[in-house]
Ligand binder design. Sequence first.
Ligand code: R5P
Length: 310
Amino acid sequence: MDSLRVFTGNAHPELAKRICSYLGVDPGAAEVEAFPDGEIHVKIDENVRGCDIFIVQPTGAPAENLLELLIMVDAMKRASARRVTAVIPYFGYARQDRKDQPRVPISSKLVANLITTAGAERVLTMDLHSSQIQGFFDIPLDHLFAAPVLIEYFQSKEITDLTVVAPDVGSLKMARAYSKRLGATLALVDKRRTRADQTEVMNLIGEVEGRNVVIFDDIISTGSTIARAAVELKKRGAASIRVGVTHAGFAPAAQEVLGQAPIEEVVVTDSLPPKDIDLGGKLRVLTVSGILGEAIRRIHEERSLSSLFV
Ligand code: R5P
């Protein structure tokens, strides 16, 4: 069998190391640096001819993360790698995924085109902002969920009278899956985005009085979605409020916004590198390296991944 090699750029080397340790392989040797003028310079420092290559790189801001991935894929193809898989724990530029207003791009389609054009033959990603982004790729894409990691954690807390809350309509399907697995009731916040960094709650559908609530979402950015929902849930009599989110995209405003919200605990994963944010001990980070590592192993061994899609 061709050898499995795992490489990374500078977006999230710690996660790549955790994945390598799950797989029991050494991280691939590559220089991913800047030329003196700031342009990206890549050199693969080992023979990858005929190898099965996995490049771990979330593609959120800064744009260098995406560009490093594209340039690394190009380098691997020109070095005669047998197959290159882009492992994208957080798929950035996903939020503009349809033309719902005049003169807006479909950035997620553009990014899918760039990754394919660079030469990636597969994509492995996690909790896409919207699942239709899968269809923007004409190469195989495996879409994992962080749910097993978050569910195991919340199950271990043995929370009684549990209600799962979707903080907006877009996250309803995800929240329903969590509520089923956790044996919880379900409620929905009807959110309206007033500006890129501000949201307001229009309605709450479901019963939360006296309930212990966990709000699940794919990403936290400014924290406005979660904080507004938490304030509304508290007003409606929720006994306690926790948060479970896959992608910890924390914008600088999130510290203050979440710090002031009536939230006991914010649980995120390491799909993105840690941000400089202090939530006064309320923040817990769980690793998704095991799920990603297992998927990489199975892709390499041409085995089914379906038992991971839960
Ligand atoms: C929106 O559709 C997403 O699922 C998140 O709710 C949103 O991106 C979070 O952003 P923020 O934390 O800035 O409210």
